[in-house]
Each structure stands twice: as structure tokens, then as C-alpha cells.
Ligand binder design. Structure first.
Ligand code: 13P
Length: 260
């Protein structure tokens, strides 16, 4: 049985109080779910992270940051250092989310530096990749995904694989204007990603979980989770109500177990 990953990026929505209400409720609701079978993680705003890291049991809900600078200190106004995130006892750093790449101009070359900084500071690096609608229409999706992985993970060793996660989030599938990828399309791209990870890390590449994100909802989550190359779901809007996320997770676990 594969381990299942369920996580949410809260983007720039919930304030500190809302985040704490959400996390506390999600922790209570999911407390009976076996953490040997699933990994649950939430990536809140920077301002909520301090309180969340004190009040939330990270054996239950792992916490992560939405971004991180590759330098420890210096003239980087508005950035957050790996040392600052280390102080919070976080486990995960999300890097290269589509909104970082496409709204704020982050590049694959920056990802290479950020991934290395995340690993050298003891974090799990969650690298987000995905093609734009235009790249998809030109038939370039596989090349784009392979490039994002090969540059983002450039120079890493097989022993680094245990601290890497990948989220495949097609840009055209994300957010209020997004159209979810079909289950077949998502599985096909996950297969390309898994093969590329094997090429980069050898057998160790197989241990890197690859999560699908982009308009995951109660209607498509079960179809996605049973795909052979999909290890988990990285959810935005459909996860931001703790009760609804708990239901989505339970349904997906049941569907996956029934499929075995
Ligand atoms: P949505 O599920 O709202 O499309 O967001 C996905 C996402 O960006 C997760 O990082």
C-alpha cells in the first residue's frame, strides 16, 4: 500500500485567528487517521507560522512555509531566510508554486538554489512544477516538466531524495479560473515525472512522493488518488474548510483502500 499525502497551501487568505481555528479543527477531526498510512500537511501564511508551530502537533499536521530565500541573511528586503524558518521548527518548504513563478517571476534557476538551501537547512523541499496552458497547447508539457525537475534538482544525490516532494500543478488547472486536469492526463504527466525522477536519482527517485494539485475537489479526488503514479493531493480551495477537507481525505482513503 502506498502512503497517501494530503496537504493544503492556504495562499494569502487566512489571518492568524482563522488559521488557528482551521488547524485546531482539522487536527481534532483527523486525529484518528493513522499517520503511518497518511501524511497530512498545511502551509499557512508566514504570520501564522509561529503560533501554529507552538500549538499544532506536527506529528499530526506537518507545517510548511510558502516560500524561502536561498540566502541565510543579507540585502533581501521582503524575503524570509532558512534560518528564520528553522527557528519555527517547520518541516516543509514549498518552492516554485505557480503563483510564485508566474506572478512574481521566479525561475527554475532560483529553484535550484532554493532547493539546495532547503535541504542544507534540514527541510523537506516541496517543489511545485507545471506547464502553462500555452505550453500544453504546443505539446510541450513533458519537456517543460522535465526541465523544471532537471534544473530544480540539479546536482542532487540519491540520498537527497528522501527529503524531496514534488507537486504537479498544471498552471491552467489552478484556482478560480482553473479547469481540473482529467484523471487520465494527470496520471500520464505523473508518469513522466516519476520516470524523470528515476533518471535523476536512480532507484532512490521512487521514494519521492508526487502529488497532484489544481482544482482538486470532492468530485475528482477519488479518481485521482487511485492512479498508480499519484501519491497524494495538494489542495487549495476545497481544503480551506476543515470539515470539508476531512471528508475529502476520508473518502479518498476509503476509495484507495477499496481499490486494492
Ligand atoms: P486550487 O485547488 O484552489 O486550484 O489550488 C491549488 C493550489 O494552488 C495548491 O497549491
Amino acid at each position: 500500500m502506498k502512503k497517501l499525502y494530503f496537504g493544503s497551501n492556504l495562499k494569502m487568505y487566512k489571518n492568524i485567528r482563522e488559521t488557528m481555528d482551521y488547524l485546531t479543527k482539522l487536527q481534532e477531526l483527523t486525529t484518528d487517521l493513522d499517520r503511518d498510512e497518511i501524511t497530512l500537511f498545511i502551509i499557512p501564511s508566514y504570520t501564522s507560522l509561529d503560533r501554529a508551530s507552538w500549538q499544532i502537533d506536527q506529528n499530526q499536521i506537518r507545517l510548511g512555509a510558502q516560500n524561502m530565500c536561498w540566502e541565510e541573511r543579507g540585502q533581501f528586503t521582503g524575503e524570509i531566510s532558512p534560518l528564520m524558518l528553522q527557528e519555527l521548527g517547520l518541516q516543509i518548504v514549498e518552492l516554485g508554486h505557480s503563483e510564485r513563478r508566474h506572478v512574481f517571476g521566479e525561475t527554475d534557476e532560483m529553484m535550484e538554489k532554493k532547493v539546495k538551501a532547503a535541504l542544507s537547512h534540514g527541510f523537506t523541499a516541496l517543489l511545485c512544477i507545471g506547464e502553462t496552458g500555452e505550453e500544453k497547447d504546443f505539446g510541450l508539457s513533458d519537456e517543460v516538466l522535465r526541465k523544471q525537475l532537471k534544473v530544480g534538482f540539479f546536482g542532487l544525490k540519491p540520498e537527497d531524495a528522501k527529503n524531496l516532494w514534488v507537486a504537479y500543478e498544471p498552471v491552467w488547472a489552478i484556482g478560480v479560473n482553473g479547469k481540473p486536469a482529467t484523471v487520465e492526463y494527470a496520471q500520464e504527466k505523473h508518469h513522466v515525472i516519476k520516470e524523470t525522477l528515476k533518471e535523476l536519482f536512480g532507484e532512490a527517485g521512487r521514494q519521492i512522493p508526487v502529488l497532484y494539485g489544481g482544482s482538486v475537489n470532492p468530485g475528482n479526488a477519488n479518481g485521482l488518488i487511485v492512479q498508480p503514479d499519484i501519491d497524494g493531493l495538494f489542495v487549495g480551495r476545497s481544503a480551506w474548510d476543515a470539515g470539508k477537507f476531512d471528508e475529502l481525505i476520508r473518502d479518498a482513503i476509503k476509495t484507495y483502500k477499496d481499490s486494492l
